[in-house]
Design a protein around this ligand. Structure first.
Ligand code: MG
Ligand code: FE
Length: 165
């Protein structure tokens, strides 16, 4: 049980750093998303959810008598900003962001599923409810991105045609 608890706490800290990266990535993206208002609106909604997810993870950590890792959080914050900057320098930023967010949401889904698998064996059943809530938010965001890839691609084509005209 003690080993499982250690793995669970490590997983919570990693998830916290992951959500910091998500927050930075989406903040940078939505600052530059004025040409795609629907995507921007969905990102801003998920950004609010992400801030709640961070609080939930902090609550789960403190239920274990632990806190988040500053080093991991800072590293992932830099990663999120670098990732957004890399896409901003490309001509098809909206598409790169869409593909990256699709990957990111699915990464988050796997991370929450893994944490949920550990709740019982780690002896932290009280974490289950909040982690399930976050998982559902990630699944809804992943579904939205998946359902909008073609639409965003066509919007990008139209945007480029308008620019060229
Ligand atoms: Mg998240
Ligand atoms: Fe997410």
């Amino acid at each position: 049980m003690s080993k499982a608890r250690d793995i669970f706490i490590l997983g919570l800290r990693n998830a916290h750093a992951m959500e910091i990266q998500a927050r930075e990535l989406m903040e940078r993206q939505s600052e530059r998303m004025d040409d795609y208002p629907e995507v921007k609106a969905r990102l801003q909604t998920h950004l609010l959810e992400t801030k709640e997810q961070l609080k939930r993870l902090e609550q789960c950590l403190s239920a274990c008598g632990e806190s988040s890792s500053t080093v991991k959080d800072t590293t992932q914050s830099v990663m999120g900003n670098l990732m957004a900057m890399g896409h901003a320098m490309s001509g098809d930023e909206i598409l790169k962001n869409t593909f990256a967010n699709n990957a990111f949401e699915n990464f988050e889904i796997a991370a929450y599923k893994s944490l949920l698998a550990l709740c019982r064996i780690a002896g932290v059943e009280e974490a289950r409810g909040p982690l399930e809530k976050s998982l559902q938010e990630e699944e809804r965001m992943a579904d939205w991105i998946d359902a909008n890839v073609e639409k965003v691609t066509m919007a990008f084509v139209e945007h480029e045609q308008r620019q060229a005209a």
